[in-house]
Design a protein around this ligand. Sequence first.
Ligand SMILES: Nc1ncnc2c1ncn2[C@@H]1O[C@H](COP(=O)(O)OP(=O)(O)O)[C@@H](O)[C@H]1O
Ligand SMILES: [Mg+2]
Length: 151
Amino acid sequence: MVVLMDKLIFETDAFSPDETSGSGAKLACEILNNSSLPRFVALRGDLGAGKTEFTRGFASVASPGSFVKSPTYALVNEYKKGKIPLFHFDIYRLSDEDDLYSTGYFDYLDRGICLVEWFQNIPECLPDSYFEVVIDKINDGAARHISVYLR
Ligand SMILES: Nc1ncnc2c1ncn2[C@@H]1O[C@H](COP(=O)(O)OP(=O)(O)O)[C@@H](O)[C@H]1O
Ligand SMILES: [Mg+2]
């Protein structure tokens, strides 16, 4: 299979939190079933967009039975009920690349699948290739538009 970079992988409208997590589950299936795909997911969306909800669905496939909560204060939550570990980051509170080094951020990248909220605050956190998930509120905040790209 030829993997094309900078491609839209899928997009959908999600009309409930369950549909948002369903998109996360779908991406997890793709990644787990194809070892040539990046194991890094960059999550873009405003506060309350659904980044953590998407991660919840991702974890339901990649680490079944895990209780996913926001890592805002922990920096990273680890889920280890799957074949490879899942690391869920929220780097909102970090300010620069030095913070990434001092927290040990880069040591995680090779050790499992990483999902990162607020990656755009410190672009140095991104590996060479990754999935970018863009979540936008639609219908006055009642639903979400979700686009998944391979960068
Ligand atoms: N498709 C959707 N429709 C309506 N509400 C949603 C949808 N997806 C997620 N939500 C809700 O949005 C809120 C914020 O989600 P969360 O994942 O915590 O956002 P973020 O991590 O981006 O700040 C939650 O209450 C969640 O259930
Ligand atoms: Mg969140």
